[in-house]
Design a protein around this ligand. Structure first.
Ligand code: URP
Ligand code: ZN
Ligand code: ZN
Ligand code: ZN
Length: 478
């Protein structure tokens, strides 16, 4: 396979930045060299096949999106991105690995759910992919099966305190699953919202005629996220399980995580771009000529977008700076308006939950560098290095160093990206949740294990090039 030299750029890591050239040999990084170095000491010096000029640009480890839902069955339909379309869109946006959620549905064996997910993904991905396991039915059989997951390269599982009758686990089930997490070292990932209470509030709102998407955000009050986050923390403390709370959106939930972390508990959290930029008022409460108040359905996801007046978005950025939250994933779970989100016209409870963002995460987070919310190094840490450490990929992924996979993004801080359906949009959706967003930067070149998959606005990836990532245990835990 080809050798590539990326010259003249600034290599950015989670801990610093330096002018350096990066030599890629086949699928891996061979050397990180002083600028202009004649490649002394390497036997490939005479035979570099390709030079990428990164002058004035950042050279960063490829993004790792640790929370995606390709083809997730939800609310009587299925998330609209396949592994093929979703990983292609990821590559366009500078993400070179995903960790998707394999699903065990109620009544199903974990092994069968996992096998079905392998079948969906195998041969279809443009970039590397791993799985977490959703455990939707905690029982004696699944508890035994969970213990074997690390051998399959699956070192984390997700439980739901929300969605009664679908993925929901009660406290007894959570406790038992967390004991498996403690024993095996697998990370417990938690959807922390009090589902039974939310369902009562949602029913009452619908009975009162409040059926618009906006009321999705009212029913799923932040108190229900704070309460569930606290309960998850206490169950984790009791069992000794490491805990990772997904899609955190409420500032009060972050306060719970910070409180537990200050006591030395192995508790972590991610947020998503939608909770940093979007709001209950501006998006869930939106209306348009085409859709009226149903416009807000475009942004129905759980946990919901929060009130800007209450300051949640500001608190999420702050938590990313203070490390009360450690990562940013997308929770990519796209649905089209037509025939999918439309299922919930007249009843917000029937709107399939999810937003598509996989293509824009690196750009949206870079804009946080531009606006002074986070540093350049923190950008790399939140989007690549910590995801690699948290989910057992570090060394192979998440870092530019000799021996690591050559997953590399050349990012142009002087470029520009206009997001919109008829502009940058490769996700399989009929709208963009990020329509009109302008980014003061640009993903120029993307390498996935040494192969250039995006080059100057051209897509060169190939379906099936992405390999399954057998992950180890987290190396982030204390
Ligand atoms: O709205 C969301 N988040 N949909 C995906 C499923 C989940 O809970 O992560
Ligand atoms: Zn969730
Ligand atoms: Zn999710
Ligand atoms: Zn550019």
């Amino acid at each position: 396979m080809a050798t590539t030299l990326i010259t003249g750029g600034t290599v950015v890591s989670a801990t610093g930045r330096a002018a350096a050239d990066v030599l890629v040999d086949g699928e891996t990084i061979r050397a990180v060299l002083e600028p202009g170095s004649p490649l002394l000491g390497t036997d490939v010096a005479a035979s570099v096949d390709r030079v990428i000029d990164a002058s004035g640009k950042y050279v960063i480890p490829g993004g790792i999106d640790a929370h995606t839902h390709m083809q997730l069955p939800f609310g009587g339909t299925e998330a609209s991105d396949t592994f093929e379309t979703g990983t292609r869109a990821a590559a366009w946006g500078g993400t070179t690995s995903i960790i998707d959620f394999a699903v065990q549905t109620y009544g199903q064996k974990i092994q069968d759910g996992l096998a079905a997910w392998h079948e969906k993904a195998a041969g279809n991905c443009a970039i590397d992919y791993g799985f977490h396991q959703i455990v939707g039915d905690v029982n004696d059989e699944s508890l035994a099966a969970m213990r074997k997951l690390p051998d399959e390269g699956i070192s984390s599982f997700k439980l739901f305190m929300a969605y009664p009758g679908v993925f929901y686990s009660d406290d007894a089930q959570i406790l038992k699953a967390m004991q498996v997490s403690r024993d095996t070292g697998m990370l417990t990932m938690m959807h922390a919202e009090n589902g039974p209470a939310i369902d009562v509030l949602a029913q009452q709102l619908v009975d009162q005629g409040n059926t618009d998407p906006y009321y999705h955000g009212i029913a799923r009050a932040w108190e229900m996220e704070e309460e569930a986050t606290h309960r998850a923390i206490m169950l984790a403390k009791l069992t000794g399980a490491p805990l990772y709370v997904v899609h955190v959106s409420a500032k009060q939930a972050v306060e719970q995580l910070a409180w537990a972390r200050d006591k030395g508990q192995n508790v972590y959290g991610e947020t998503c771009p939608q909770y940093l930029y979007l709001s209950l008022e501006d998006q869930l409460g939106a209306s348009s000529e085409k859709w009226g108040h149903f416009e807000g359905a475009k942004w129905v996801c759980s946990t919901p977008l929060r009130s800007r007046e209450e300051g949640h978005q500001h608190s999420m950025w702050q938590a990313l700076r203070t490390n009360d939250l450690q990562m940013v994933s997308t929770d990519h779970c796209p649905f089209c308006m037509k025939d999918q989100k439309e299922l919930g016209m007249g009843d917000f409870r029937k709107i399939p939950n999810g937003i598509g963002s996989i293509e824009h995460r690196m750009d949206l987070m870079y804009q946080g560098v531009v606006t002074g919310e986070i540093t350049l190094e923190r950008w790399v840490e939140l989007t690549s290095t910590t995801p690699a450490r948290m989910f057992g990929l570090y060394g192979q992924k998440g870092v530019i160093q000799p021996g690591a996979d050559a997953d590399i993004v050349v990012y142009d801080p002087n470029g520009h990206t206009s997001i919109g359906l008829d502009k940058t949009h490769h996700m399989n959706m009929d709208y963009s949740a990020w329509e009109g967003y302008e980014i003061d930067g640009h993903v120029d070149t993307v390498l996935s294990r040494g192969k250039v998959v995006v080059d100057d606005n051209a897509y060169l990836g190939t379906k099936g090039d992405g390999r399954f990532l057998k992950r180890g245990l987290s190396t982030y835990l204390i």
